[in-house]
Each structure stands twice: as structure tokens, then as C-alpha cells.
Design a protein around this ligand. Structure first.
Ligand code: ME8
Length: 506
């Protein structure tokens, strides 16, 4: 992906059985950070999120709410759209699987699979977990439940099957040829062990309920919700049109970001469906970890969800973004506590970043009448700081291409710490009486360093970064990574500085 000029990035499409929680926000946030970073780096990005409307789980939730499935999904889907709007996420499309474009795409894919003799009619007898919308072998059950803890029920019904078993070797060959297809590495190993263990043909239609996409030419069946849902990724690119749509340019550069709970569907079923329909698999699948609360997975069924709206109202969008992106290495699990969020907010945002900006800009305002001083001759310490800033981008590119989002944040905050150290060492306040020219140079170096930092933090804390760049009078069309080396214009007047990261006091 490093040399590619296009990126297609997707979140899972979330089930609309209940209100969104912080887990959903997390995946979309991670994608939003990547999308913003890539756009600033000159890459043409298509970022898609959406909702998964069909299946038994959603039908059950609609019934419980006393509503028709369509009415219910439109209502709940709106909560997911509103969350994305509230977070100011930068997705280019929001897909919902009841849309005509999607029904057409899913039915077309089905017909390709029929044409290629990859689907046959049979009868399913076995276990099904509605919560997971997944089939389980008897041997997988633990104490009569799915390995995820979900209840299972015995299902006997006529069903179409996808010939998954015959794809075992081809999938293994594909994983071996494409070592970066599944990340992180430990998850890749798990998937490979699973496939090596043998694959069974997969039931891909249901007859015992109606809330799904009708199987072409057999209206008694609706498609299995995962075949329907996975297809969203190509629907959003214009499939079945592969020639004149976004599919042509973007599919080869696709990145699906998902939680580890649904990796098997994405890394096993999805590439098999695609190859069986003569389509290439996506380029990469990254599975992140789970947020827990007091050690338990945050989920609707456990009733320990954290309301994202409440979080944002309490701490602000940027603080929530920063905490989720920084606190846990992307890929690992993490436990959510308000105390940890407040610590990050006060130490990394208010004390480190906020303080750097505040002390430099208010010093320029007070001592230089708000005018950026012209630099004199640069000394080793100045060049050291400036070159740390200008060396940063390649490092960040390497990390973002591996989806090491926390590393991107860490690298930038190391530079912030360096800049704070430079202020302490250079003591511009003492230079005011002893060497005004040197004081001007130090302030100029700092202001330009802050300019570069604020350009780089835009994908992480976009609102605060914009305010810092405004305070440095950086024109809005000079804020991309291509402008990192542009340098601040000396002698420009800056607006009155204002604090950007207030400390949080509970
Ligand atoms: O699985 N921590 O939808 P879903 C981190 N419709 N991430 C979490 C999380 C947590 N505690 N809880 C949820 C589905 N997530 C299907 C997907 S895609 C073709 C179909 C996030 O509503 C994480 O991304 O159950 C997880 O994979 C996803 O929400 C599951 O959302």
C-alpha cells in the first residue's frame, strides 16, 4: 500500500439490533484516522461505513420492539448515522443493506456463484447462534453454548450450500502468497490453523424466516446474512459494474478494518466467496482487539456499554479520539476507564501538547506583539529539533501502513516532548534581555515546529489541530503533508492565542 495512490478503507457494517456503543465508534474512528492521514498524504481515499440490516438477530429485535423490520432498521440505522455525524467522521459513503444497489449486488454475486457451480441445494441440520449469526459444529460447542458464549439452537431446514470445503487449499495458498493479507500476525496464524483444520460446506440460505435478501429464482430462501453483509464492500464500489465504477481503481487497494470477533468471516468466507465468483480477494484485513469494561467485553447483551454521546459531551471529541487511539496498541484488547482517559487528557493533551503551544504562542503575543520573529543563524540545537520534525513523516508512513496507529501517535508526541525540552533548554524568556536576535530564532524554530506538529496531528485531534494552525495563521490550503517543509512565513501577524486543550477537573 505504501506506493499506492488509492486506498479503499471500510469498517464492518454494524447490526442495527440496538444503539451503537463505544466498540462501534472505535472501529470507525480507527478508519477515520487512517483515511484522514492518507488524504493529507496525497492519497485518493474512499472510506465506507454502514449498517447491516438483515438476519434473524435484527428481525428478533424488531419484533421485540413491536415494529416491522424495515421501520425498525431505518430507525436504528439513523442512530449509527448520527453517531458518525456527531464524531465528524469523514466517510464518503454510508451503506445500508436494504438499499436497492446492495440487493442487486448481492443477488448478482449469488448468480455468479450458481453459474460457477459453487452453490448447491441441500438441507441443513445443525447448530446456529442468532447472536453471532453463525453456524457451529457440535465439536465447537462448550457446555452447550457457542465458543463465544452465545446460545445456540438446533436448525433443520432446506438450504443452499457454498462449497467452502473445496477452497481449503486455495485459501492456504493465498495466505502463503500474501503474507500481509491478515494482520496482526497472531491472528493470521489463528486463521491459518483454523483453515488447516478442514472446512465444511457453508449453509448460505435460510428458509425459517423472511428478513433477508431473496435468493434469485427461489423465493422460499433468503440469503445467509453474512453472504449478504460481506457483499456490501463491493456494492459500495459499484459492483456488479467492474469496469466503469470505483471497483476498478479501488478494489486492488482495499483494507477492511474489523474487530477480532468477525475475522473468520472476513479472512475465510469472504476471500472464498470472491475467488469462487472469479473476483480477487481484498488486499488486507486488519483485526483489532476488544474494549472491555472491568475485564468484560463491552456488548449490548452484557449491558455494560459505554454511551459515546455521553463520553463526547463530557470530554470532547478530540479527547475521546486521542484516548482511544493512543491508550491501546491497535490490535490489542484494552480496558476502558474514565480515570485512564482523564489522565491521558491532562498529561498528553493539556500538559504536553497544549502547554507547548500555549507558552510559545503567548510568549510571541506578549514579547513580539504577535508577530512571528525572523530567524537569525540556526545553531545545532535548532537544526536538531527541526530535523526531528522533518524526519517524522517517513516514520509515520511506515507505521500507518502497518495500521500501528498508536505508534503514529507516540512518534508525534515524542517530538512534542522534544520541543518542550528545547523550550526549557533555550529559555527564550531569559534571552529577552540578553540576546533578542537569538530569542527570535528560538521562537521562530518553535513556531515552525508547532506548525509541523499541528499538520501531523490533524488525523488524531482534528479540531484542536485546526485551531492551532489558525493561531499560526497557516492558510487552510497549506495544511497537507506536502506543506510540512513549507516553513512558516516570518513577520506575519498572529491572532490572539487561546488555550486549545483545557485540563479536565472532575
Ligand atoms: O458483526 N471492542 O456487526 P456488530 C471493540 N454486522 N470493537 C467492538 C466492540 C468492542 N467491545 N464491540 C463491537 C457485525 N465492536 C456484522 C458485521 S461486516 C460485513 C458485518 C466493533 O454490530 C468491532 O468492529 O456486531 C466488531 O467487529 C464490530 O463492532 C461488530 O459489530
Amino acid at each position: 500500500m505504501v506506493h499506492s495512490k488509492k486506498l479503499y478503507i471500510t469498517t464492518p457494517i454494524y447490526y442495527v439490533n440496538d444503539a451503537p456503543h463505544i466498540g462501534h465508534l472505535y472501529t470507525t474512528l480507527a478508519c477515520d484516522m487512517i483515511a484522514r492521514f492518507m488524504r493529507l498524504n496525497g492519497i485518493d481515499v474512499k472510506f465506507v461505513t454502514g449498517t447491516d440490516a438483515h438476519g434473524q438477530k435484527v428481525e428478533k429485535a424488531a419484533l421485540a420492539a413491536g415494529k416491522s423490520p424495515q421501520e425498525f432498521v431505518d430507525e436504528v440505522s439513523l442512530n449509527f448515522r448520527n453517531l458518525a455525524t456527531m464524531m465528524q467522521f469523514t466517510h464518503d459513503d454510508f451503506i445500508q443493506t436494504t438499499q436497492i444497489r446492495h440487493i442487486k449486488a448481492a443477488q448478482h454475486l449469488w448468480q455468479q456463484l450458481i453459474k460457477n457451480d459453487e452453490i448447491y441445494l441441500g438441507a441443513y441440520s445443525g447448530w446456529y447462534a442468532i447472536r453471532d449469526e453463525a453456524y457451529y459444529q457440535e465439536s465447537e460447542l462448550i457446555d452447550g453454548k457457542a465458543p463465544t458464549g452465545a446460545d445456540v439452537e438446533w436448525v433443520t431446514e432446506p438450504s443452499y450450500f457454498f462449497r467452502l470445503s473445496k477452497w481449503q487449499d486455495k485459501l492456504l495458498e493465498f495466505y502463503n502468497k500474501n503474507p500481509d493479507f491478515i494482520a496482526p500476525e497472531t491472528r493470521r496464524n489463528e486463521v491459518m490453523r483454523f483453515v488447516e483444520g478442514g472446512l465444511h460446506d457453508l449453509s448460505v440460505s435460510r428458509t425459517s424466516f423472511k428478513w433477508g435478501i431473496p435468493v434469485p429464482n427461489d423465493p422460499d430462501h433468503v440469503m445467509y446474512v453474512w453472504l449478504d453483509a460481506l457483499t456490501n464492500y463491493i456494492t459500495a464500489l459499484g459492483y456488479p459494474d467492474q469496469e466503469t465504477s470505483d471497483f476498478k481503481d479501488f478494489w486492488a487497494n482495499s483494507l477492511h478494518v474489523v474487530g477480532k470477533d468477525i475475522l473468520r468471516f472476513h479472512a475465510v468466507y469472504w476471500p472464498a466467496f470472491l475467488m469462487a465468483a472469479d473476483l480477487p480477494p481484498p488486499q488486507r484485513i486488519f483485526a483489532h482487539g476488544w474494549w472491555t469494561k472491568d475485564g468484560e467485553k463491552i456488548s449490548k447483551s452484557l449491558g455494560n456499554t459505554i454511551n459515546p454521546v455521553h463520553l463526547v459531551e463530557t470530554y470532547g471529541r478530540d479527547a475521546v479520539r486521542y484516548f482511544l487511539l493512543r491508550e491501546v496498541p491497535f490490535g490489542n484488547d484494552g480496558d476502558f476507564t474514565d480515570a485512564a482517559l482523564i489522565t491521558r487528557l491532562n498529561s498528553d493533551l493539556a500538559n504536553s501538547y497544549g502547554n507547548l503551544v500555549q507558552r510559545v504562542l503567548s510568549f510571541i503575543a506578549k514579547t513580539c506583539g504577535g508577530v512571528v520573529p525572523s530567524p537569525d543563524k540556526l545553531v545545532a540545537a535548532d537544526n536538531a529539533l527541526l530535523s526531528q520534525a522533518s524526519d517524522l513523516l517517513p516514520l509515520l508512513e511506515t507505521e500507518i501502513n502497518k495500521q500501528a496507529l498508536h505508534k503514529v501517535v507516540e512518534h508525534i508526541w515524542k517530538l512534542i516532548a522534544e520541543a518542550n525540552r528545547y523550550v526549557d533548554e533555550q529559555k527564550p524568556w531569559s534571552l529577552k534581555t540578553t540576546d533578542q536576535a537569538r530569542m527570535g530564532t528560538v521562537l521562530y524554530v518553535l513556531a515552525d515546529c508547532i506548525r509541523q506538529i499541528a499538520i501531523l496531528t490533524q488525523p488524531i485531534v482534528p479540531e484542536a489541530s485546526a485551531r492551532i494552525l489558525d493561531q499560526l495563521a497557516v492558510p487552510s490550503d497549506q495544511r497537507t503533508f506536502a506543506h510540512l517543509n513549507a516553513q512558516l512565513t516570518p513577520q506575519i501577524s498572529l491572532p490572539t492565542p487561546e488555550g486549545v486543550f483545557p485540563r479536565f477537573t472532575p
